[in-house]
Design a protein around this ligand. Structure first.
Ligand code: 5RP
Length: 232
């Protein structure tokens, strides 16, 4: 089974958590895109849901599938968000933001009663940090912000290059909110909760890709099928 087939299997299994009448948050990325596809099939067959997308890309996909959409202004409390992750540990702390949507993803996930993560088995790690941690930063004063990030992270045992993200064709990357993303190659993040709190204290940091204590359950697909993980 290819990693993409595993992603689709996790997405299909997560559909079991969706009930008629629910208000849903729709994640971003290739795994979440499988979920949106499958949800679209269920909506076409008569399922009644109301959804908030976490990116312009997911908004476009859901619109194309005639999935009813709303906003957090109209519908501030959601039942369930389903989203992918770049890494997750046994406590269901996550690294997210590989697709650059971490801010809206976190706003939507924390407006939801539950967050179900969907991923292939390669995303499960013992210690977060092998995947470069994305941090969303305000363009004004970004150089000073990055220096503060470097210093604060080093104090928590996180060292490594911090690089501004570019698009695949080498152009500067901007988030849907018009911010920069810096990818932090820490290798290991010994204390994700402390690092997230410390980085969020820096004025120019909008949000980090560390999602700690937010996910309630994960559906992890591998060659032997889809398994459920709950926070350890
Ligand atoms: C986007 C994200 C994605 O959920 C994360 O990057 C995983 O993506 P994929 O499902 O394509 O592996 O956080 O900002």
């Amino acid at each position: 089974m290819t990693p993409d087939e595993q992603k689709r299997m996790a997405a299909a299994r997560a559909l079991e958590y969706v009930e008629d009448g629910m208000k849903l948050g729709l994640g971003t990325g290739s795994t979440a895109a499988h979920f949106v596809d499958l949800l679209g099939e269920r909506v076409a067959a008569g399922l009644n849901v109301l959804c908030v997308p976490t990116s312009e890309a997911t908004h476009a996909q859901a619109t194309g599938l005639n999935i009813p959409l709303t906003t957090l202004d109209e519908t501030p409390a959601l039942d369930l968000t389903i989203d992918g992750a770049d890494e997750l540990d046994a406590a269901l702390n996550l690294v997210k933001g590989g697709g650059g949507a971490l801010l809206r993803e976190k706003i939507v996930a924390t407006a939801s009663s539950r967050m179900v993560v969907i991923a292939d088995g390669s995303k499960v790690v013992e210690t977060l940090g092998a995947f470069d941690l994305p941090v969303e930063v305000v363009p004004f004063g970004a150089g000073a912000t990055v220096n503060q990030m470097r210093e604060i992270a080093a104090g928590l045992g996180c060292n490594g290059e911090i690089n501004r993200r570019k698009t695949a064709d080498g152009k500067p990357f901007f988030t849907d909110g018009g911010h920069y993303i810096y990818d932090c190659a820490f290798g290991v993040i010994p204390d994700p909760v402390a690092l997230a709190a410390a980085l969020n204290m820096i004025a120019g940091v909008v949000e980090t890709g560390l999602f700690c204590g937010i996910a309630t359950l994960a559906v992890i697909a591998g060659p032997d099928g889809a398994k459920i993980m709950e926070p350890a």
